[in-house]
Design a protein around this ligand. Structure first.
Ligand SMILES: C[S@@+](CC[C@H](N)C(=O)[O-])C[C@H]1O[C@@H](n2cnc3c(N)ncnc32)[C@H](O)[C@@H]1O
Length: 383
């Protein structure tokens, strides 16, 4: 496909997304109908779509409207290009911009691609880092691997990956983190991945697990396990007795094969209370996801004040439920991939006010300026 045809395809996919279809679904539907598209074309269309979604507000301003066409026109203009270059590319080239598609230069929160209603809460949470962090959230996220300490050292894993055409460099945020610098698309088909030497995991996610007080022999519950990224990272840190729970058990469907690949044992449970108490309970709670907007840009535009209030209430309930399962002198670790104080520090303050006999022994914020997603971790100790 010519660049013009790829741009036209991205416009059509974006129109479906703007009409309410999830981006992955819209891309799959386009891919099924585009048998002529090779893997390079599919990757290029996908990259364009996700870039336009990360920068939806500013590109719509630059491109003269919130449509698939406006977003791609805005993307071109943000790179100092215009559709002129495509006019020779035949029938698939988008039509030249009309007079009412001139667009305008975005300013302030519009230029930072922040929804107006969220800007005050993000400013409060991020302070002087607000603008640089929001700029960072407009960029594509790095691909980071976690070396499985049970299978390899970081240096040995780097050599293995390099032999398969995947170049990496150590990531400063976590001891076993490697950032992929070349060969990103080869990772999931590599032998190193298939044999459990490496897993895909954001650097802040890894740093959160490194900050947990884990030791051999501990009984540990991952209460919001999802696909099990943190479950497996915890298993790599110490010899634990490990349980994983999720309110939607099918989200854990990949966990048994991933655990087998990594060579660790995890028990999935629908009734975590039945095997309580635990020395440590991790509540990696459902949240706004504001810290991972680079990976899930649709989440930025889908969030509403009502949904945020629901999430804050749910986080409080999860914390209280988890607290009841922590053994005396044990730890409740509360994590979110959110920037917002409502979901982080304020949630901890409210928990301590509701629950006597607990103290907060540490709070950490991980910033995208350190190279990972935005994350928050609070360690709560039971007296
Ligand atoms: C942030 S994700 C977890 C990501 C996961 N820990 C990882 O590292 O890959 C939050 C998870 O919480 C689950 N969840 C939502 N409500 C829950 C509840 N009330 N109790 C337990 N899990 C819940 C969701 O299904 C989702 O999988």
């Amino acid at each position: 496909m010519q660049p013009a045809a790829r741009a036209a395809a991205a416009m059509a996919v974006l129109d479906r997304v703007l009409a309410g279809e999830p981006a992955e679904k819209a891309l799959t539907a386009w891919g099924r109908g585009a048998r002529y598209a090779g893997s390079g074309d599919r990757n290029a269309v996908r990259d364009l779509v996700f870039e336009a979604l990360r920068c939806r507000r500013s590109f719509a301003a630059l491109g003269g409207g919130l449509t698939g066409r406006g977003l791609i026109l805005g993307a071109m203009r943000s790179m100092g290009q215009d559709m002129q270059q495509w006019y020779g590319e035949g029938a698939y080239a988008p039509a030249p911009p009309a007079a009412d598609e001139a667009g305008r230069v975005p300013e302030g929160d519009e230029a930072l691609d922040v929804p107006d209603w969220l800007a005050p809460a993000l400013r409060r949470a991020l302070g002087d880092d607000y603008a640089p962090v929001m700029q960072a959230m407009r960029q594509r996220a790095p691909v980071v691997l976690r070396v499985n300490a049970g299978r390899s050292t970081r240096d040995a894993a780097r050599s293995r990956l390099l032999a398969e055409g995947i170049a990496t460099r150590p990531h400063p945020l976590a001891a076993f983190a490697l950032e992929v610098t070349e060969g990103v698309r080869k990772v999931q088909s590599s032998a190193a991945y298939a044999e459990g030497v490496v897993e895909l995991q954001d650097a802040s996610s890894q740093a959160v697990v490194e900050a947990l007080p884990l030791a051999d022999g501990m009984r540990v519950l991952d209460h919001c396990a999802g696909g099990g990224g943190k479950t497996l990272a915890m298993a790599a840190r110490a010899r634990l007795r490990l349980w994983a729970h999720d309110a939607t058990p099918r989200r854990m469907a990949d966990l048994p094969p991933r655990a087998a690949r990594a060579g660790v044992a995890v028990t999935l449970t629908e009734r975590p209370e039945a095997t309580a108490p635990y020395d440590l309970v991790l509540a990696d709670a459902p949240c706004s996801g504001s810290g991972s907007w680079r990976r899930d840009p649709e989440g930025k535009w889908a969030l509403t004040p009502e949904r945020l209030a629901e999430l804050v209430a749910l986080q409080g309930q999860i914390l209280d439920r988890c607290a009841a399962m922590v053994a005396p002198a044990g730890t409740l670790a509360y994590a979110t991939c959110s920037f917002l104080c409502d979901e982080n520090e304020d949630q901890v303050t409210a928990f301590l006010a509701r629950n006597a006999g607990w103290t907060c022994t540490g709070q950490h914020r991980f910033s995208p300026l350190q190279g990972g997603d935005g994350f928050f971790l609070a360690l709560l100790a039971r007296a």
